[in-house]
Design a protein around this ligand. Structure first.
Ligand SMILES: O=C1O[C@H](COP(=O)(O)O)[C@@H](O)[C@H](O)[C@H]1O
Length: 233
């Protein structure tokens, strides 16, 4: 594993974790706004981030200078209960954070390849690099939409890819996906991994142990700075 790898931040409870992670992220965004006039944040979806989103949404920073996008998205419209954009709209883009600009990954398109190509063009104009990326992880060791059984996983995990967004097909992923490339993720100023529960702790421990390389391990290996892991039981 790369010598930077990760740093472990353990909490007694999920609410406490959500508050601490929200404070860290708000601090980073405030610093970015002071330094370059804008803050660029990419967040994950699924189920874990809801409490963190709620905590972040009430912190009074200059949200009108913040751009929020997604680490990954399921190929479903925002009205679907499986939409990561829907989760962000309902939990993060509320309260003070309502003033942020949201850049979605899902657009109606004939297929996931077309959607990824149009995202690639649309996201080109964002003020890269990301100031903050908050990753999640599934018990299978997937992070972003880098699923262990994805077609052409080596291409998805290529740290030198010049793509911003990539299409993903994986049998275990339910629907096709859109994901930020590994290169854009590991280039972020602050990389957090937010995981909860004993099953995910076990999955993380096995991903960092010698053995088959899970996708989360590819992020740890490619990141030039330690990934800050936020965990609570
Ligand atoms: O499908 C996804 O799963 C992961 C983990 O989600 P969780 O429900 O176990 O928290 C998430 O990080 C990713 O953004 C999402 O698309």
């Amino acid at each position: 594993m790369n010598s930077a790898a990760y740093s472990w931040n353990g909490f007694a409870g999920r609410q406490e974790l959500a508050a601490a992670l929200a404070d860290h992220v708000a601090g980073r965004l405030t610093k970015a706004i002071a330094e370059r006039g804008t803050g660029l944040l990419a967040v994950s979806g699924g189920t874990t981030p809801a409490k963190f989103f709620a905590a972040l949404s009430v912190i009074p920073i200059a949200w009108d200078k913040v751009i929020v996008t997604l680490v990954d998205e399921r190929f479903v419209p925002a009205s679907s209960p499986r939409s990561n954009a829907g989760l962000v709209a309902a939990n993060l883009l509320q309260n003070a954070a309502k003033a942020a600009r949201f850049v979605p990954l899902y657009h109606e398109a004939v297929g996931i390849e077309d959607a990824a190509a149009s995202d690639n063009a649309a996201l080109q104009s964002l003020p890269w690099p990301l100031d903050v990326v908050v990753l999640g992880m599934g018990p299978d060791g997937h992070t972003a939409s880098f699923f262990p059984d994805a077609d052409d996983l080596a291409k998805l995990l290529d740290p030198s890819s010049d793509r911003i967004v990539l299409p993903v097909h994986a049998a275990s992923a339910v629907e096709p996906r859109l994901t930020l490339s590994l290169a854009r993720i590991v280039d972020a100023g602050f990389i957090a991994l937010h995981i909860e529960g004993e099953d995910k702790r076990t999955a993380f421990d096995s991903a960092v142990a010698p053995g088959p390389r899970k996708p989360i391990r590819a992020v740890l290996d490619a990141a030039p700075k330690p990934v800050e892991v936020f965990w609570a039981p």
